[in-house]
Ligand binder design. Structure first.
Ligand SMILES: [Zn+2]
Length: 155
């Protein structure tokens, strides 16, 4: 698929050094629309929607925020979440007007193993834009990883 010219401003904001040091694309050279279509397809094939998964991450983020940088158990202790906040906000690279707090949320199992690390912006990018970041990006979330976490928590 040929790159849509309208994607270029978004792509520029997703590159390293624009909005974040590492950027959002990793080594992924595919058009943004193709990245979104592939991941949305994976999510829908599993019977989920991107809104559902983004809302789930948002819930983890809000709960972690309420813990004021201490670890908070969720879902009967199946997981715990902790947010480490950085000062400031980051605008959505899709220029939809949303701004998210800069933070990293660590999700762990009861033994303290990392299950997932994500940012508040990731929750927005997935729910609003179906964007899980490019392959190789620092905060890329594999849709199947997120679906497995969702199932672990809710089943
Ligand atoms: Zn947005």
């Amino acid at each position: 698929m040929k790159e849509n010219p309208a994607e270029q401003p978004i792509r520029d904001r997703l590159e390293p050094g624009a909005l974040s040091v590492d950027g959002f694309l990793g080594t992924d050279k595919r058009p943004i629309a193709d990245i979104i279509a592939a991941d949305t397809g994976t999510v829908e094939a599993e019977g989920f929607t991107v809104e559902q998964l983004g809302d789930f991450l948002e819930k983890l983020h809000v709960t972690a925020d309420e813990g004021w940088e201490s670890r908070v158990p969720m879902y009967d202790g199946k997981i715990s979440v902790r947010s480490d906040e950085t000062l400031g906000q980051i605008p959505c690279p899709f220029a939809c007007g949303a701004h998210c707090h800069k933070a990293e949320i660590a999700v762990k199992d009861p033994d303290g193993n990392d299950l997932l690390r994500f940012t508040p912006l990731d929750a927005h990018l997935i729910a609003a834009h179906g964007f899980f970041e490019g392959k190789g990006a620092h905060y890329r979330i594999e849709p199947k990883t997120l679906i497995a976490l969702y199932r672990l928590c809710t089943e």
